[in-house]
Design a protein around this ligand. Structure first.
Ligand SMILES: NC(=O)C1=CN([C@@H]2O[C@H](COP(=O)(O)OP(=O)(O)OC[C@H]3O[C@@H](n4cnc5c(N)ncnc54)[C@H](O)[C@@H]3O)[C@@H](O)[C@H]2O)[C@@H](O)CC1
Ligand SMILES: [K+]
Length: 461
C-alpha cells in the first residue's frame, strides 16, 4: 500500500469483485444488488464494486451496519453512481427482493462472529433467493485458522484478494465460503516466501510421485512393512495392504495374525509369521490399523530406525516418549476423535480448530501429523507450512477408508518421500481416487484402493 497511489489496491480489488458479481448475475442491467457494509476496508471494496455495478445499470442499495463508521470514499462513489443507502432496520425487504447480496461486513480485520446488527440480515440473505457473494472472506469466520466462533455469512461465492486465506481452505469456515475466486491484486512479490498453508495441485503431486527408473528393482523402489490386523479385524490388514500395493513401493511385507486373509486377496504380499524385527528388510513401517491391543508390536516397530506410520489402534498404544525418542521420522494419521483422545480434549474441539490441533499434536509427539477429516491437514513437528488437502469427498467417510490411506502413505514413505510429502500426496490421491470411484454414488474402501492407479494417472495428465 505504501508503494502504490492511495486506494490503488482497493480499486483493483473492487474491479475484480464487480467482474465476479457480473459473471454471476449474467446480465447486470436492471438487477437488484444489496451491499452489507461494515466499518472497514472490506466495506470499501463492496461500495466501490457496487458503484461499478450501478454504472452498468444495476439497482444498488448499500446498508451501512456500523453507523457512520463507513468507508467515505466508497460511499461517495456509490452515491455518484446512483446507488442508494438505507438504514439496517429498513433493509430487510431490499434483501428479500435482491438478486445478489454482497457481504462486505468484515474481511481480514474481523474477529469473532457476526455482530447482533449484522446477523439477522445475513440470515435473511441466506433465506432469500439472492446469490450471496462474500468479499475476501465470508464475514464472521476467523481468517487465519478457519475457526467459526459465532454466526457467519454463508456465501455462494467468495471473491478473495491477493492470496487464499486459511479460512477458505479449512473447515468449518471453508463450508461458508462456497466457490472461491482469487483476484490477483499484485501482492505476490510482497507475500512471505513461506506460506502458512499449502494446497498441493496436480502438478505438485506429479512432481513428488515416485517413478521407477530403468535399473530399479523392488528393493530400490522400497519395501513397506504392514503390521496391522488382528483375529478380530483381519480386514484392516487386507485394506492397508491394498493401499500399500498401489503406493509405489516395490514390495509389501505383512506381519501379523491376518496373513491368510491378506494372501487370499493379495498373493503378491510377502507374508511373514515373525515379528517386525525378524521380518526382513523394510524401508518404512505402517503399524496400527485393526491392531486391537497388540502394544508389543507397536513398540517393536517404533524401536526400528526406519520411518513409521502410526494409525488407528497404534495411536492409542504408542508411548509418547517412544515416538519422541525416534531417530527416523514418524507420521501419525489420526481422525478427529483419535486426535482428541491424544490431546485430552473433546472431539468437537478438534473439529472446530483443526489447524491448531494438528500443530499441537505434531509438537507434542515430535511427529508429522496427518489429521483426517473433511479437510485433511498435514503438520510437521518443526512448524513450517501445513499442507491442506482439497481433493476429499464425503463419500470417503466409509469403513476401512483410513486403512487404505495408511497403506498408501506408508508405501510412499518406503519409496523415499518425506513424511509431509508422503502424507500430503497420499491424502491427495486418496481423495481423488474416492471422487473418481464414487462419481456420485456410495463406495466401499476397496473401491478407493482399486481406483488409486486412475488417480495416479490423472495427476500426470
Ligand atoms: N490490506 C490490503 O492490502 C487490502 C485490503 N483490502 C480489503 O480490506 C479488508 C481489510 O480491511 P480492514 O483492515 O479495514 O478490516 P475489515 O474491513 O475486515 O474490518 C474492519 C473493522 O471491523 C470491526 N470488526 C471486527 N470484527 C468485527 C465483526 N465480527 N463484526 C463487525 N465488525 C467487526 C473492527 O473495528 C475492524 O477494525 C480486506 O479483507 C479486504 O477486503 C482490499 O481493499 C485490497 C487491499
Ligand atoms: K466479507
Amino acid at each position: 500500500m505504501a508503494r502504490l497511489p492511495d486506494g490503488a489496491l482497493m480499486q483493483r480489488a473492487a474491479a475484480g469483485l464487480a467482474a465476479a458479481c457480473a459473471d454471476l448475475l449474467g446480465r447486470v442491467y436492471g438487477r437488484r444488488v444489496v451491499l452489507l457494509v461494515g466499518s472497514g476496508d472490506n466495506g470499501g471494496d463492496a461500495l466501490y464494486a457496487g458503484a461499478r455495478l450501478a454504472r452498468r445499470g444495476a439497482g444498488v442499495t448499500a446498508v451501512p451496519l456500523a453507523g457512520d463508521r463507513v468507508h467515505c470514499g466508497g460511499l461517495a462513489a456509490l452515491r455518484r453512481a446512483g446507488g442508494v443507502v438505507v438504514h439496517p432496520d429498513a433493509a430487510g425487504e431490499a434483501v428479500d427482493r435482491a438478486d445478489l447480496v454482497v457481504d462486505g461486513i468484515v474481511g481480514i480485520g474481523g474477529t469473532g462472529g457476526l455482530r447482533a446488527g449484522a446477523a439477522p440480515l445475513a440470515e435473511r440473505a441466506a433465506r432469500s433467493g439472492a446469490a450471496v457473494v462474500a468479499v475476501d472472506l465470508p464475514s464472521g469466520v476467523e481468517a487465519d485458522s478457519g475457526e467459526v466462533r459465532g454466526d457467519a455469512v454463508r456465501a455462494d461465492l467468495t471473491v478473495t484478494f491477493g492470496a487464499h486465506k486459511p479460512a477458505l481452505l479449512i473447515d468449518p469456515a471453508r463450508e461458508h465460503a462456497g466457490t472461491v475466486r482469487l483476484v490477483d491484486i499484485g501482492l505476490r512479490p510482497e507475500l512471505p516466501a513461506e506460506p502458512e498453508l499449502e494446497a498441493l495441485q496436480h502438478a505438485d503431486v506429479a512432481a513428488l510421485l515416485p517413478a521407477p527408473a530403468a535399473e530399479s528393482d523392488k528393493y530400490r523402489r522400497g519395501v513397506v512393512g504392514i503390521a496391522a490386523g488382528s483375529a478380530r479385524y483381519p480386514g484392516a490388514a487386507v485394506l492397508a495392504v491394498s493401499g500399500a500395493l498401489r503406493g509405489g513401493a516395490g514390495a509389501v511385507r505383512y506381519v501379523g495374525p491376518a496373513g491368510e486373509a491378506v494372501l487370499a486377496r493379495f498373493p503378491e504380499t510377502l507374508v511373514s509369521d515373525r515379528g517386525p524385527h525378524e521380518a526382513g528388510r523394510v524401508q518404512a513401517w505402517v503399524v496400527g490399523p485393526g491392531a486391537g491391543d497388540d502394544a508389543g508390536t507397536v513398540a517393536e516397530v517404533l524401536a526400528t530406525d526406519v520411518p513409521v506410520l502410526l494409525d488407528a489402534d497404534g495411536l492409542r498404544l504408542a508411548a509418547r516418549d517412544a515416538v519422541r525418542a525416534r531417530s527416523a521420522p514418524t507420521l501419525m494419521t489420526p481422525h478427529a476423535g483419535e486426535a482428541a483422545a491424544l490431546l485430552g480434549v473433546a472431539r468437537e474441539e478438534v473439529e472446530a480448530a483443526r489447524l491448531s490441533a494438528a500443530r499441537e499434536l505434531a509438537a507434542r509427539y515430535g511427529a508429522t501429523v496427518l489429521l483426517k477429516g473433511s479437510t485433511t491437514l498435514v503438520a510437521d513437528p518443526g512448524g513450517g507450512p501445513v499442507r491442506v488437502n482439497a481433493t476429499g469427498t464425503p463419500w470417503l467417510a466409509t469403513a476401512g477408508s483410513g486403512d487404505v490411506l495408511s497403506g498408501l502413505a506408508g508405501s510412499l514413505l518406503a519409496a523415499g518421500l518425506a513424511p509431509r510429502d508422503a502424507g500430503g500426496v497420499a491424502a491427495y490421491l486418496h481423495g481423488l481416487a474416492g471422487r473418481l470411484a464414487a462419481h456420485g454414488a456410495p463406495i466401499a474402501a476397496h473401491d478407493i484402493a482399486e481406483t488409486i492407479p486412475s488417480a495416479w494417472r490423472d495427476v500426470h495428465d
